[in-house]
Structures are given as structure tokens and as C-alpha cells.
Design a protein. Sequence first.
Length: 92
Amino acid sequence: MTKSDMVEKIYEKIGFSKKESAELVEMVFDIIKGTLESGEKIKIAGFGNFVVKEKADRRGRNPQTGEEIVISARKILTFKPSQVLKSAINTK
């Protein structure tokens, strides 16, 4: 499903105009993005948790040369689905 598919679903189910539906979808994604950028986690009941985690520097290897390199520290985004979502996916 794409962002435009979401806009279409909101348009069909709620009856907002396509422009209003697009603005709503953009607003929700902007809020999610801003919250994660600030380091906060997002808990959506019945859906799951989005969490930004820190990964430290670590040693790695260049697969072509075998040379050891340092993989720099970075942040990663993780998602853990709720039990409700897991159950919904596994019962269909």
C-alpha cells in the first residue's frame, strides 16, 4: 500500500475531499517523523511500537578485500508489532 492508496481509502471511507485526505495523511506522517527524530518512541495501541535505538561503533570487514574497517555509530528504527496485530495477521 502506498501513501496515495491511503489517501484514496480515506476519501472513500470518510468522505473527505482528496486534497483534505492527502493533507491528513501527510500530517500524520509528519507527526510520526518529528516524534522519532526527537528520539521519542511511538506506541500505537493495537498496532505496535516504533523505537529509535542507538548502535555503537563496531568492527567490520570489507568483503572484497578482507580489510578490517570501523562501522560508525548510527541510529536505527525498530518496529515491534502488538499481539493484536500479530494475531490478526496470523488468523487470515
